[in-house]
Design a protein around this ligand. Structure first.
Ligand code: SF4
Length: 335
């Protein structure tokens, strides 16, 4: 039976916009605007959408690297104890920071250039009680070998490594504290395609060996297709579609997901569907459009889309739960 590791309910992250001589708050950026989401132990959940849709902010809000403005993020332990993370004092977050880690997009800026790899990676181990230097060197060396690097690399500096190697080091840092869930925030986007494939393969191998759960954040739906068990598609701070990976590609319900999928290049030109080109950029999250936030760009928009906000409803496709928010879905809603 599937067990949740995280339950998000009504999560919002609104950043104040200040202006004028007195820096008055004149509005809010609605970066994440009411997200409900369950993440199950052992799964790879993709979180996809264009730049500016709020996916990275949501990933950071889960770890409290940005503070949610509202809503709940519940961590559920192996023995089913629930802890609401957003209400904890910062210092009480420490045991959960161990369990929930992140790999950032840019491996270069996430490593201190003036420290050796050991110098950068040993701090969290020290903080969480690994007192002996020898033991810290052993843990880091073993993990470097696990990501196919030599253990003596720990005494080198970040500039001595390629982008792919630095991303492997980022993965080692995330693994140091034996986490249960890793947020991979565009973890392969900055890498060449051939290196991307190696790092993705490595991530999947480590997931199996260490029984990890991934929240895999990406703007590229071609990466998620074979990697993720389920995919959530975000638009302007909200989830607009959530379902099994296969269903997203074969039984797409939301016009925004359809447009993203149509942009994926395929090797067999006979199988390439007509590309749906979306007009304009994602609207400003300071002043989102009324009605369905996607309506100014949606090729299927009708009058109702301009006035009524569609809610995320549950349907069934291929016998699986399939959530989507669009007025035009012609399937019976299920409870
Ligand atoms: Fe497009 Fe209307 Fe559906 Fe929104 S509700 S995605 S505008 S068809």
């Amino acid at each position: 039976m599937k067990k949740e590791i995280l339950k998000l309910r009504g999560v919002k992250v609104h950043f104040p916009v200040q202006a004028g001589v007195f820096n008055r708050v004149v509005g809010h950026v609605l970066a994440v605007d009411g997200v409900d989401l369950d993440i199950f132990r052992g799964e790879v959940l993709g979180l996809a959408g264009e730049s500016g849709c709020g996916k990275t902010t949501l990933g950071k809000a889960i770890l409290r690297l940005v503070e949610p403005t509202d809503g709940e993020v519940k961590y559920i332990s192996q023995d089913d104890n629930e802890t609401e993370l957003t209400s904890l004092e910062k210092k009480d977050m420490d045991p959960f920071r161990k369990k929930l880690q992140i790999v950032f997009q840019d491996p270069h800026s996430s490593l201190n250039p003036s420290f050796t790899i050991f110098g950068s990676l040993q701090d969290p181990l020290k903080k969480f009680g690994v007192k002996s230097k020898e033991e810290r060197r052993k843990i880091i060396g073993d993990l470097l070998e696990a990501v196919n690097m030599r253990r003596e690399y720990m005494d080198r500096y970040p500039h001595e490594f390629s982008g792919g190697q630095r991303q492997r080091i980022g993965i080692v840092r995330a693994l140091c504290l034996e986490p249960e869930l890793i947020v991979c925030d565009e973890a392969v986007s900055a890498l060449d395609v051939s290196i991307q494939a190696q790092v993705l393969k490595l991530l999947m191998q480590l997931k199996k060996e260490k029984n990890l759960t991934y929240l895999f954040i990406t703007h590229d739906l071609s990466v998620t297709e074979y990697l993720c068990d389920r995919i959530a598609v975000m638009y302007l701070g909200r989830i607009v579609e959530l379902c099994d990976s296969e269903d997203l590609y074969n039984n797409t319900l939301h016009p925004y997901s359809e447009a993203l999928i149509s942009a994926i290049p395929v090797a067999d030109l006979d199988k390439q569907t007509k590309r749906i080109v979306l007009e304009g950029d994602v609207p400003s999250p300071v002043n989102p459009p009324k009605g369905c936030p996607f309506h100014p760009r949606c090729p299927k928009a009708t009058d109702i889309c301009k006035t009524e906000v569609p809610t995320l409803k549950k349907y069934s496709t291929n016998g699986n739960e399939h959530y989507a928010s669009c007025h035009l879905i012609d399937l019976p809603e299920i409870s």
